[in-house]
Design a protein around this ligand. Structure first.
Ligand SMILES: Cc1cc2nc3c(=O)[nH]c(=O)nc-3n(C[C@H](O)[C@H](O)[C@H](O)COP(=O)(O)O)c2cc1C
Length: 332
């Protein structure tokens, strides 16, 4: 099963959804190495920061060759700046530039960016048009169902961005007002997929591999998996196996522990020459805590592990905790 966005071939229709603070290059590489992942998307990156060349912003857009095809997601509301940022993204060698029209966080939304763009569909379409004029790589859009229940306008907006030149659309079937409450509306997503000519990805609430396979049957071309990947980085590989009629692979406790140790190892090799207020070790510990809050959900004694990860004071202590829990479970 393969798919295409513009001229870009995706080896699988399953992708890692963009997640700020979580889907850094190290995490994306590890998920990709486990298989089944057709596309990775960066954390959202500020168009303003890209245009001004702010180091921290450029770091968020960083990727490695093994992640290809790679989509860099940008946020912003000004068509000219978004077009300039898209050119920077193209210059960085990304395969796809994605526009964030889904972020409900006030800090982003109040600047006419993120999901606020859904409240001004004409303006949102202008942003897409300006970007598609500025670059050759495909421009894609990630949106929610709408701003709130009175305005579930994703079907209209999706059509408008298609007409403005978008090469694919991803829809998370919740409104900004819902944030993460309730359930994602896959019926709405299916309607959009049916209506559009360009590929449509659905996003929301795929926690086990079977759900990914079932969602594909709603008529979407692809599925973006967010929190499900943070809980189970093998979920895309398992969905691929299920879709091919094979039993999904078993993931042992030791595999799960090794993933965390590999993540630490990759993080330790990053950003080494950067002067930071906090030490590199502290940064790695904080990254592991962030992942830990998702990764420990849904399995036995997960809350104990979460507490232990959150109270580890040093990297050595963190690795001991991981080893004790996953590699020598009898000792816990
Ligand atoms: C921690 C976190 C950070 C997120 N950051 C982004 C983001 O930067 N850009 C974006 O378009 N969506 C973001 N999302 C939304 C996800 O991409 C996805 O659409 C949503 O979580 C629903 O899918 P899921 O149920 O599979 O997680 C984020 C979600 C989470 C949980």
């Amino acid at each position: 099963m393969t798919m295409k966005i513009g001229a870009v071939d995706l080896p699988s229709p399953y992708a890692i959804a963009p997640m700020a603070g979580m889907t850094d290059t190290a995490f994306r590489r590890l998920v990709k190495r486990h298989g089944g992942c057709g596309l990775v998307v960066t954390e959202m990156v500020s168009s303003e920061g890209l245009v001004r060349g702010i180091d921290r912003t450029l770091e968020y857009a960083d990727y490695t060759e093994e992640e290809r095809p790679i989509s860099i997601q940008i946020f912003g509301g000004d068509p000219d700046k978004m077009a300039a940022a898209a050119q920077i993204v193209e210059g960085m060698g990304a395969d796809i530039v994605d526009i964030n029209m889904g972020c409900p966080v006030p800090k982003i939304a109040k600047h006419d960016a993120g999901c606020s763009l859904m409240r001004e569909p004409e303006h949102a379409a202008q942003v897409v048009a300006a970007m598609t004029r500025a670059v050759k790589i495909p421009v894609t859009v990630k949106m929610r169902a709408g701003w709130n229940d009175d305005s579930r306008n994703a079907p209209t907006l999706a059509r408008m961005v298609e007409d403005a030149g978008a090469a694919a659309v991803a829809v998370h079937g919740r409104t900004a007002a819902q944030s993460y409450s309730g359930a994602a509306d896959w019926e709405l997503v299916a309607r959009i997929a049916d209506d559009l000519t360009i590929p449509v990805f659905g996003s929301g609430d795929c926690i086990d591999p079977q759900q990914i396979v079932e969602r594909m049957r709603t008529g979407v071309e692809g599925v973006l998996v967010g929190r499900g990947v943070l809980r189970n980085p093998w979920i895309l590989a398992q969905a691929t196996e299920l879709a091919a009629g094979r039993p999904p692979r078993d993931v042992t406790l030791a595999d799960r522990g090794q993933f965390l140790l590999d993540y630490i190892d990759l993080l330790l090799r990053e950003r080494i020459d950067e002067a930071r207020a906090t030490s590199h070790d502290r940064w790695v510990i904080n990254k592991l805590r962030a992942l830990g809050s998702w990764y420990t959900k849904g399995f036995e004694n997960g809350s104990h592990l979460r507490t232990a990860i959150n109270s580890a004071e040093s990297l050595a202590g963190l690795c001991d905790t991981i080893n004790a829990f996953f590699m020598e479970p009898a000792g816990v």
